[in-house]
Design a protein around this ligand. Structure first.
Ligand SMILES: Nc1ncnc2c1ncn2[C@@H]1O[C@H](COP(=O)(O)OP(=O)(O)OP(=O)(O)O)[C@@H](O)[C@H]1O
Ligand SMILES: [Mg+2]
Length: 214
């Protein structure tokens, strides 16, 4: 199973989500690897720091040598789950990742620029059969059981533009900054942030299940 986490826009939380998702899946017994499409990118240093601190479960992070799609397909023969972290570098590479993915997530925050770049990224994936979903990240946390107006409006705007949005969202929480040193969000003792990440993980499993049973 290949999951691509992509956006032409930088700083939308691609690498943060890739690492924490990988660690959550590994803790769940899934054999998982992160493919860092950015040369010596954040996922690579996250994996290195995690390894140096001997954090368990250990997560393999590999970089791309040569063709992105070939690297991913090679990893897919060795691991059950391949999580691809790919950013602005190369639009063509994003398109070819999408073509071989089972599911694509486009993390996106609340700014107009992010919305625009997310639409642009989506347009690169026109020819891919994989389902593509926007994953709203760094949104204002809700203090009630209902979603904030901001999140509801973002959903509406994407729907209007023809993009599907994940039910689960990742709110803005300072604790996420601490994951950069090689930890996963669920390892940081923050119940809300952990629950939010777990909802994303579970929705991924559910969407994959839906596809397999379709
Ligand atoms: N839910 C969140 N709440 C608050 N801050 C967050 C959240 N998720 C990520 N961040 C922070 O946002 C910044 C960008 O995150 P990250 O590096 O994961 O994004 P990216 O899309 O991989 O960026 P790049 O384009 O540089 O690869 C980091 O400082 C990270 O700690
Ligand atoms: Mg990154």
């Amino acid at each position: 199973m290949i999951l691509t986490i992509a956006n032409l826009k930088g700083g939308v939380a691609k690498s943060s989500i890739a690492g924490s998702l990988a660690a959550m899946a590994a803790a769940d017994g899934v054999s998982v690897v992160v493919v860092d499409a950015e040369r010596l990118g954040a996922s690579t240093s996250w994996g290195k720091l995690r390894h140096e601190d001997s954090r368990e479960p250990a997560i393999d992070v590999v970089d791309v040598r040569g063709d992105v799609a070939k690297t991913i397909q090679g990893q897919a023969t060795q691991y059950d789950l391949v999580i691809v972290d790919i950013g602005a570098g190369n639009a063509k590479a994003i398109a070819s990742c999408a073509q071989i993915s089972d599911l694509v997530l486009l993390p996106c925050g609340t700014t107009t620029e992010e919305f625009r770049k997310t639409q642009e990224t989506f347009a690169l994936m026109r020819d891919s059969s994989a389902p593509v979903f926007v994953l709203l990240t760094r949104v204002t946390p809700s203090t009630t059981r209902r979603e904030t107006k901001e999140t509801q409006e973002l959903r509406a705007v994407f729907k209007e533009a023809g993009l599907k949005v994940f039910d689960a969202v990742i709110p803005r929480r300072k604790v996420w900054e601490l994951t950069a040193d090689g930890q996963a969000i669920h390892e940081l003792d923050n119940e809300k942030a952990t629950q939010e990440m777990r909802a994303v993980y579970e929705e991924i499993l559910r969407r994959i299940d839906d596809l397999e049973n379709a």
